[in-house]
Design a protein around this ligand. Structure first.
Ligand code: F0G
Length: 458
């Protein structure tokens, strides 16, 4: 088989700024050792997120010019609505400025104290929006999904037996909806199988609980199903995506991922009453029904992006380019979540730095070193992002300590990725020198965005 190439050529380029190691050492110290607080201009290769960082196509940019900015009934809205309906088949499509705005509207209405929301793994904003209403967000991931070194095709699956027990324990009346995140971002970008979606749906139907999708990366999930699940190898990715959505009663979506845009999102629903409530809240917090916090031009770009993301040459290149990075790291013995996920590679910080305990944030230590060594920006997904405290103020760490290298869509070439590999291997060789960090400031919610750190010098 020949090399899988980028299925596009580059029309417009954006220079990146080179810095020295000494400069980076100063800059990261000034940023409180938090890569979210760096100036992007000081970053060479930015793998902080795949969200809103895609390169748009010439057709999307053309759509930007075509955008109809009418306050109500914009032509661009109807184009957007049609594109979303084609894939989701849902009755009500409500635009929002990004994913968490859709989550906020949904959980503000269905959440509240005494309510429980199961998910394979909640993303941090989903969890925060649920907890903000005093409801509880509960992760019910299959056991395999919690072990980075275990290779399995669908490590994003929900544990169906545990879901049943959970519903029996909490009572259907206290579970307004059940969610599945496709692909499972916080669990390593791992896909959910169609079989699992069907089984979860069956349990939900039996208990009268609606099933919702957190659909940010639905196309990548659909491609994994095509490649890994029996019976889907000859189906189009569009048909697979349509089948995924056919089992759902609703979905939240951050268009900043698989709609290949820099801003946007939506809420898709079948229930008329819930849709009416959501629309009322949309008008108060986002905007009118036909733009919901977006410009007409953004809606055009989403509509076009949803078409392009289902192109199978694109998906083949996308999944392969992430796998390429993963393969090279595995070959060199770097511990990562296996197999590689759809949008990112997740370094297993526990095995990478066994001498740094969770209380000293091993993931954060690797993140800082990748920046200092090579100007690469990554993000910690471990005790900084998801750690809680018990009554005595002792850290309750999450099951995994990870460092995510998220790959922006259509942005970096193979030589950028080769450079990333070289830097990671260099850090890996010197890993015994790496030390932990302590937090010197943290916000009460979503602390990872603004926390300040100090290296622990022993
Ligand atoms: N759900 C998932 C699974 C996500 O990954 C994200 C965002 C959201 C919801 C929220 O969407 O950012 O548009 O409000 N994830 C980004 C990331 C931020 O870096 O993984 P948003």
């Amino acid at each position: 088989m020949k090399t899988i190439i980028e299925p596009f050529k580059i029309k417009s380029v954006e220079p990146i700024r080179f810095t020295t190691k000494e400069e980076r050492q100063q800059v990261i110290e000034k940023a409180g050792y938090n890569t979210f607080l760096l100036h992007a201009d000081d970053v060479l290769i930015d793998l902080l997120t795949d969200s809103g960082t895609s390169a748009m196509s010439s057709e999307q940019w053309a759509g930007i010019m075509r955008g109809d900015e009418s306050y109500a009934g914009s032509k661009s809205f109807y184009k957007f609505e049609e594109a979303v309906k084609k894939i989701t088949g849902m009755k009500h499509i409500i635009p929002t400025h990004q994913g968490r705005a859709a989550e906020k509207i949904l959980f503000f209405i269905v959440g509240g104290s005494g309510k429980y929301f199961p998910n394979n793994t909640h993303f941090d904003t989903t969890r925060a929006n649920i907890e903000f209403t005093n409801a509880e967000a509960v992760d019910i991931l299959i056991e395999e999904g919690k072990h980075p070194e275990v290779r399995a095709d669908f490590k994003g699956n929900m544990d169906v037996a545990q879901l049943k027990r959970f519903i029996n324990e909490k009572g259907n009346e206290n579970i307004p909806l059940c969610m599945l995140t496709v692909t499972n971002n916080s669990g390593g970008g791992q896909p959910v199988s169609m079989q699992n979606i069907k089984e979860v749906k069956e349990v939900c139907v039996k208990h009268g609980i609606p099933l919702f999708l957190d659909a940010c990366r639905f196309a990548e999930n659909a491609y994994f199903i095509k490649k890994r699940e029996k019976g889907y190898e000859n189906k189009s990715v569009l048909a697979i995506a349509q089948e995924i959505f056919s089992y759902a009663d609703g979905a939240t979506m951050s268009a900043k991922k698989d709609a290949l845009v820099n801003i946007g999102g939506f809420l898709a629903l079948n229930d008329d009453e819930l849709a009416m409530q959501c629309r009322n809240l949309l008008i108060v917090t986002e905007g009118f029904l036909t733009y919901g916090g977006l410009a007409g031009r953004d809606l055009e770009a989403v509509a076009q992006g949803l078409e392009e993301v289902l192109d199978e040459h694109y998906l083949q290149y996308r999944i392969r380019s992430v796998e390429y990075l993963g393969e090279k790291l595995i070959l060199a013995g770097v511990p990562i979540i296996e197999p590689p996920g759809g949008h990112a590679i997740y370094i297993d910080a526990k095995r990478f730095l066994p001498h740094v305990p969770p209380e000293e944030f091993p993931g954060q230590s690797i993140v800082c070193e990748l920046y200092i060594e090579g100007g690469i920006r990554a993000v910690e997904i471990g005790s900084v992002m998801f750690g809680k405290y018990d009554k005595e103020g002792k850290l309750i760490p999450p099951p995994m300590e990870l460092v995510r290298l998220a790959i922006p869509r259509r942005v970096y070439t193979q030589s950028h990725i080769d450079y990333v590999i070289e830097v990671i291997l260099e850090v890996f060789q010197n890993k015994d020198r790496l030390r932990g960090y302590k937090i010197i400031y943290e916000a009460p919610m979503l602390r990872h965005f603004t926390a300040l750190f100090e290296p622990i010098r022993k």
